[in-house]
Design a protein around this ligand. Structure first.
Ligand code: SF4
Length: 179
């Protein structure tokens, strides 16, 4: 069977674990690490390295996007004091999902998706709405999901422990780190 090709946006290795487990049976997966939100640069490198090690362990291809943090800071200017889950986050999701969709299209993929909904702090309805709108804008199907359902987050913790993965204690941006 020829499985559809899917470009999966990945924000960190722990969240990717459970999504890999759920999607590998039905999709031909390529990971895409595009997270210019992560601050500081050392933390970005740490999460990237962890993801590269996991992808290599599982023999999954992984593409790495540009660390264009200036772009992220420009887009989120004026929203520095928002809480996680406030007005800054949809801008951050949109940037990362649009770039994933663009790369998916360029690479001849059938779908794009994201692991972001594994986190209990992330609003799946919002992420799916953003994904749908980018899908229409760029004419590439988006796989809607809420991966925290069916104990998805709990499973990601179990799998992260199994693989000995580093799990960060803040979402990613400088402002979430300060809180
Ligand atoms: S809290 Fe997380 S999702 Fe929200 S803007 Fe910061 S990095 Fe992005």
């Amino acid at each position: 069977m020829n499985k559809p090709k899917l470009l999966l946006h990945i924000c960190c290795a722990p969240d990717a674990t459970v999504v890999f487990e759920r999607l590998i049976p039905n999709y031909n997966l390529t990971g895409y690490f595009y997270n210019p939100n992560i601050h500081p640069r050392e933390e970005y490198e740490k999460r990237l390295k962890e993801m590269q090690a996991l992808a290599s362990k599982l023999s999954l291809p992984l593409l790495v996007g540009k660390y264009d943090d200036h772009r992220w800071f420009n887009l989120t200017r004026g929203y520095e004091n928002e809480e996680e889950g406030g007005k800054r986050c949809p801008i951050c999701f949109t940037l990362r999902l649009r770039e994933t969709a663009r790369s998916a299209k360029e690479g001849g993929m059938d779908f794009f998706a994201t692991v972001l909904t594994v986190s209990p702090h992330k609003d799946a309805a919002l992420i799916n709405t953003i994904g749908r709108s980018i899908s229409e804008e760029l004419s590439i199907p988006f796989l809607e999901a809420d991966f925290k359902k069916k104990d998805g987050f709990k499973r990601s913790v179990e799998l992260s422990q199994k693989f000995g993965l580093y799990r960060q204690n803040y979402c990613g941006c400088e402002y979430s780190r300060r809180k």
